[in-house]
Design a protein around this ligand. Structure first.
Ligand code: NDP
Length: 249
């Protein structure tokens, strides 16, 4: 599946919501889903950055996307329920959901970790993934076989000193993936899987490793095969798994 080549039109007539679609891996994934035929809903904090992704997709002639400016760190369950109702009214069903948005927080010992940063990281990276999934379940259930992809990290598989709330939030993501998939596998056609992108040339990576030469890393556009495989019908029947987008890195 790492060398999976998506056929053109793989995601025709699908509606797919991507969080953190304004930058980095989420931006690249959203554009590629649109290229494969999907109507993409671009969710992110900054409207101007979302508009630039929107313009890019429109200029390419891919299906018209939608923009959803939302700060996932500060949304309530009620706001997300209203969002779900809007999606139901406008699109009828949601075929795919890529939970990609995250913040790094601080790289510092737990002993010195700031309480406020802890809350911000956990709210953005973990709580929002739980709440958004919960709110969107009724819309995901309307699709014949919806795919939910969560985004983990190697520090979510094995804790690493100084990675604090980020590592804990990603361990939580692995757990959420297992629980959602097991709870829903007998009562719905929704599949849940998790991707660890691996070291990728983005601003988050640069912030975490300021001394690293970004040229040594793959660009987001180069790691998307697994994102296509898990979003398309080839992965129907696969649920509760956690994959590496760059297994050899
Ligand atoms: P970037 O920092 O490049 O992009 C993060 C995206 O998340 C941006 O679109 C950002 O929006 C959005 N975002 C952050 N906070 C919020 C919020 N409160 N509400 C809505 N959107 C928000 O990160 P990457 O592309 O590097 O990372 C993507 C995913 O991959 C993350 O889950 C990350 O943990 C994971 N990952 C990345 C690795 C890497 O090497 N790059 C390695 C392992 C995992 P805005 O543009 O407004 O800031």
């Amino acid at each position: 599946m790492h060398d999976y080549q998506a056929p053109s039109g793989l995601l025709n007539q699908r509606t797919i919501l991507v969080t953190g679609a304004s930058d980095g891996i989420g931006r690249a994934a959203a554009i590629s889903y649109a290229q494969l035929g999907a109507n993409v809903i671009l969710l992110g904090r900054h409207q101007d950055k979302l508009i630039s992704v929107y313009d890019y997709i429109e200029k390419k002639g891919y299906p018209k996307p939608a923009i959803l400016p939302l700060d996932l760190a500060h949304t309530t369950a009620e706001q997300l329920d209203q969002l779900a109702q809007r999606l139901l009214d406008e699109f009828g069903s949601l075929h795919g959901l890529l939970h990609n948005a995250a913040v790094l927080g601080e790289i510092t010992p737990l002993e010195q970790y700031e309480y406020g940063t802890w809350d911000l990281v956990m709210a953005t990276n973990l709580r929002s993934v739980f709440l958004l999934t919960q709110s969107l379940l009724p819309v995901l259930r309307q699709a014949a076989a919806a795919s939910v992809i969560l985004t983990s990290s190697s520090v979510g598989r094995q804790g690493r000193p100084y990675w604090g709330a980020y590592a804990v939030s990603k361990a939580g993501i692995e757990s959420l993936n297992q629980i959602w998939s097991q709870e829903l596998k007998d009562t719905s056609a929704i599949r849940f899987n998790c991707i660890n992108p691996g070291a990728t040339r983005t601003s988050m990576r640069q912030y975490a490793y300021p001394a690293e030469n970004p040229e040594t890393l793959r660009r987001p556009e180069e790691i998307l095969n697994l994102y296509h495989f898990l979003m398309g019908d080839a992965s129907i029947g696969i649920t509760g798994q956690s994959f590496d987008a760059q297994p050899n890195n």
